[in-house]
Design a protein around this ligand. Structure first.
Ligand code: SMG
Ligand code: MG
Length: 365
């Protein structure tokens, strides 16, 4: 397969409700999409970088720049498969979300050309996946309980509460009191330090599935030390940027669970390696989310159907994020989403709607 051109575009999408985390509030997204145009057909990729470098060092303007100037030129005109992309891009350090987007587009083109779905390619063991929902920081406990109640009514199988210092034990206690033993976990997005260990141990009585990324991403050893002071299993998100990181963190005792985000680790193929090594070591994984459109969601739901994705993912329905998706919407049935069965990502992009929300477009060839 030869990569002939890449069409890049930026789209603007409003979220159905503001989403607040320990690093800020988001009300809309400015998303970079890439379309690989190959000798065998086309494929889509979604870049999960946000507008600001606040989740990690990556951000969408930088992703766009590095793709145009450093990544796409290393691939254009070459005979390649998705499996070759990460090796070709190795001279460029970092920029995992940008690399993941182009690898995903090449993989989609390749699989569409041979009529194989992402799910089949990953070795999916289920046709639908259990879904959780990530609930942002709210202005009050009363408002939080309304939001959580509505998600539970919709059928979500697990609730994740975003926490930060000053918004942690109280919301967890309130949700437990009102909704009983619903599967519950928390995500701090690096907001604490090891000196907060005693405070974080106050979450232990609430029987949480896990606490996600309590400490800064580079503090892997500190996570191992924290793990000795809290009973709740520690899950790493931001700290895990590769299969090597994952193996090291597990060996060190820094985490008992891993949140897999293909964008964060440089693509679906590296994410698959993380799944496999965790499976070998008896470490469960789950699919994270980056507020993806139907394009990214299709790939994530397919990967979440692999055997060791044993916890519900942040793979919520389209209407949890957007009033109108750019593909056919993903709809929750009994707390689950269906794994697309069609070739490649198995979703169709609504071209007319996409064009109407596109604010920038460039063809690189
Ligand atoms: O896609 O449902 C989703 C969002 C899940 O909480 C979520 N993602 O750290 O896990 C995480 C956050 C990162 C994105 S915040 C913009
Ligand atoms: Mg997280």
């Amino acid at each position: 397969m030869r990569l002939e051109a890449v069409e890049m575009r930026r789209i603007e999408m409003s979220l159905v409700a503001p989403f607040e985390t320990s690093f800020g509030i988001q009300t809309e997204r400015d998303i970079l999409l890439v379309k690989a145009i190959t000798s065998e057909g086309e494929g889509w990729g979604e870049c999960v970088a946000g507008e600001e470098p606040t989740y990690s060092s990556e951000y969408v303007d930088a992703a766009q720049h590095v793709l145009i100037h450093h990544l796409i030129p290393r691939l254009l005109g070459r005979e390649l498969e998705a499996a070759d992309v990460s090796a070709e891009l190795r001279p460029v350090h970092g920029h995992h979300m940008a690399k993941a987007a182009i690898e995903m587009a090449v993989l989609d083109a390749e699989l569409r050309a041979r009529g194989e779905s992402f799910g089949h390619f990953f070795g999916a063991v289920r046709r639908e996946v259990d879904c959780g929902v990530s609930v942002g920081i709210h202005a009050s406990i009363a408002e939080l309980l309304v939001t959580v109640g509505s998600y539970l009514d919709q059928g979500y199988r697990r609730i994740k509460l975003k926490i930060k210092p000053g918004w942690d034990v109280e919301p967890v206690r309130a949700v437990r009191e009102k909704f009983g033993d619903v599967p519950l976990q928390v995500d701090a997005n690096t907001a604490y330090s090891l000196s907060d260990a005693e405070h974080l141990a106050k979450l232990d009585p609430y029987g949480l599935l896990l606490i996600e990324q309590p400490l800064p991403e580079e503090q892997v050893l500190a996570h191992a030390q924290l793990a000795k002071k809290v009973q709740t299993p520690i899950c790493l998100d931001e700290s895990i940027e590769s299969a090597q990181n994952a193996a090291d963190a597990i060996e060190l005792g820094a985490c008992r669970v891993i949140n897999v985000k293909p964008g964060r680790v440089g693509g679906y193929l590296e994410a698959r390696k993380i799944h496999d090594l965790c499976a070998e070591r008896g470490v469960p994984v789950w699919m994270g989310g980056m507020l993806e459109t139907g394009i990214g969601r299709a790939g994530n739901v397919a990967m979440a159907a692999m055997a060791n994705f044993t916890l519900p993912g942040d793979t919520s329905a389209s209407d949890r994020y957007y009033h109108r998706d750019i593909t056919e919407p993903f709809v929750l049935h009994d707390g689950r989403l269906k794994v697309p069965a069609g070739a490649g990502l198995g979703v169709r992009v609504d071209q007319e709607y996409l064009d109407s929300i596109t604010h920038w477009k460039q063809r690189v060839d």
